[in-house]
Ligand binder design. Structure first.
Ligand SMILES: [Mn+2]
Length: 288
């Protein structure tokens, strides 16, 4: 069945909306499975599954003004050209004091978004991979290098990575040497998500924060439709807790690496639901 081609309940115009959803259907640097470019469409279709009332908070999504811009035309771009388009569009949203929500696409889109923010913005990345390579397959803008590219723009002291469980020895040791704040999924499992979030909150204090969610941070049994899946991951509840914890300080969000050809739609459903959770939590905790 086909539902409308915009994100469910995004009924506001660009000018009146407080949140702007946009798709970045890009997967040119994906190293294992291609198909993340199909994710924005699939996430939008999945969004029509969900109801608007949140029984946990007593709030209704229909009370919030948000807009779906559609997709940026990046499919055939080089990584550098794609990043520039993403940066320019994000800047337009930020100039109007709106909250950007990007639907990837692979993780290589995120450095473009971050470049539109002031340099003192902090970044929280939820990801199975540390993504701290200088280059991968001779491409510095590869999706395996995104924390490094973010660190080109933002002080590494303002970056936190949660849920990692996969890295190359060299990039891992390099990240350690540079004091990249990270909590791996094994520690989260052992001590619990609440403790991990307390520790992270302490580190990020009251900083303005951008959240990037690589869907592969979630265990592959929940979210198998991703480009580079990893076992021993977080649960959907863990990610929801993280969103609830940090929503008062959030300035923007992306969800990346959903790869629809590799599951029966469950990963896009998780992504769509988390986008709705982001909008609700940010709106009701920050703007009201
Ligand atoms: Mn990843």
């Amino acid at each position: 069945m086909n539902f409308p081609d915009y994100f469910a309940d995004a009924e506001s115009s660009f000018d009146e909306a407080e949140f702007i959803i946009f798709g970045v259907p890009y997967d040119k640097t994906s190293s294992f499975r291609k198909g993340a470019s199909k994710a924005p469409k699939e996430i939008r279709q999945s969004s029509w599954n969900f109801e608007t009332y949140n029984l946990k908070t007593g709030k209704d999504l229909r009370d919030i003004k948000f807009h779906d811009f559609g997709d940026l035309d990046v499919k055939n771009d080089s990584p550098q050209d794609m990043i520039k388009k993403v940066r320019d569009f994000t800047s337009k949203i930020l100039e109007k004091n709106k909250f950007p929500i990007a639907l990837g696409g692979e993780h290589s889109i995120t450095p473009g978004i971050i470049q539109a923010y002031p340099k003192d913005t902090a970044v929280l990345s939820l990801d199975a991979h540390i993504d701290f390579r200088q280059k991968y397959e001779n491409e510095p803008y590869n999706h395996a290098c995104i924390i490094r590219r973010i660190a080109d723009h933002i002080d590494i002291k303002n970056i936190a990575v949660l849920g990692i469980r996969s890295a190359d020895k060299e990039e891992f040791e390099d990240a350690k040497k540079q004091d990249l704040f990270s909590i791996d999924s094994f520690e989260i499992k052992k001590s619990g998500i609440t403790k991990a979030l307390d520790k992270t909150k302490d580190f990020l204090k009251d900083k303005n924060l951008y959240l990037t969610l690589d869907i592969d941070v979630i265990d592959l049994t929940y979210a198998p439709g991703t480009s580079t899946p990893e076992p021993f991951g977080l649960t959907t509840f863990d990610v929801l807790e993280c969103i609830e914890c940090f929503s008062p300080q959030l300035l923007g969000f992306d969800v990346v690496e959903v790869c629809p050809p590799y599951d029966k739609g469950q990963t896009a459903l998780i992504a769509a639901k988390l986008v709705r959770n982001i909008i609700e939590n940010v709106y009701f905790k920050k703007f009201r």
